[in-house]
Design a binder for this molecule. Structure first.
Ligand code: GAR
Length: 194
């Protein structure tokens, strides 16, 4: 069985969509893959409750307990590697990762970002897209490299930006598409590995 570890910091809706998709599409039987663990850098991340209710192992590793980014990432790698993951998924994990971490998981570390990369890397993507007058916005699934929000693109979804959109209404429209493309991109990645 191949293991997926998902990293979250908040509501975890992308993680929940992945778990539900894996159940519906019978990943354990068809792809010999399961979501083995959900790890959060925040104890209050709501997604942890969903994972626990699903019987998935959860780990909380508070980054504030570490002196440096390197020390936190080293401890995070230890926690992740206990599950011997084929794939590590960032799903609303709001931490910048060290080069050492990214190198350790090179080729098996994916992220979902709420913009049409390479536009709007970083934070506040929806307000920035509205402010720029974009007619379209979207989300991107990509390989993680040491350059923030770069790396090969695996999937994208496009949504319209409507005249009366706020960052929140646009974010909700994009999030619906994130829940669709991230599980599909992961399934395609798993199939490509044979
Ligand atoms: C999602 O929109 C995700 O794309 C974004 O945070 C949200 C997390 O929602 N990620 C980033 O901004 C990464 N820089 P979720 O916790 O409900 O999945």
């Amino acid at each position: 069985m191949k293991n997926i570890v998902i990293l979250i910091s908040g509501s975890g809706s992308n993680m929940a969509a992945m778990v539900r998709h894996a159940q519906q599409e019978q990943w354990s039987k068809r792809l010999q893959t399961r979501v083995s663990a959900v790890i959060s850098n925040k104890a209050e991340a709501q997604g942890l409750d969903f994972a626990r209710a699903q019987g998935i192992a959860t780990v909380v590793l508070d980054h504030k307990a570490f002196d440096s980014r390197e020390a936190f990432d080293a401890a995070l790698m230890d926690e992740i590697d206990r599950f011997e993951p084929t794939l590590v998924l960032l799903a609303g994990f709001m931490r910048v990762l060290t080069a050492g971490f990214v190198t350790h998981y090179a080729g098996r570390l994916l992220n979902i970002h709420p913009s049409l990369l390479p536009s709007f890397a970083g934070l506040n993507t929806h307000q920035r897209a509205i402010d720029a007058g974009c007619r379209f916005a979207g989300a991107t699934v990509h390989q993680v490299t040491s350059e923030l929000d770069h790396g090969a693109i695996l999937a994208q979804a496009v949504v319209p930006v409507l005249p009366d959109d706020t960052a929140d209404t646009l974010a909700a429209r994009v999030l619906t598409q994130e829940h669709r493309i991230y599980p599909e991109a992961v399934a395609a990645w798993l199939r490509s590995q044979g």
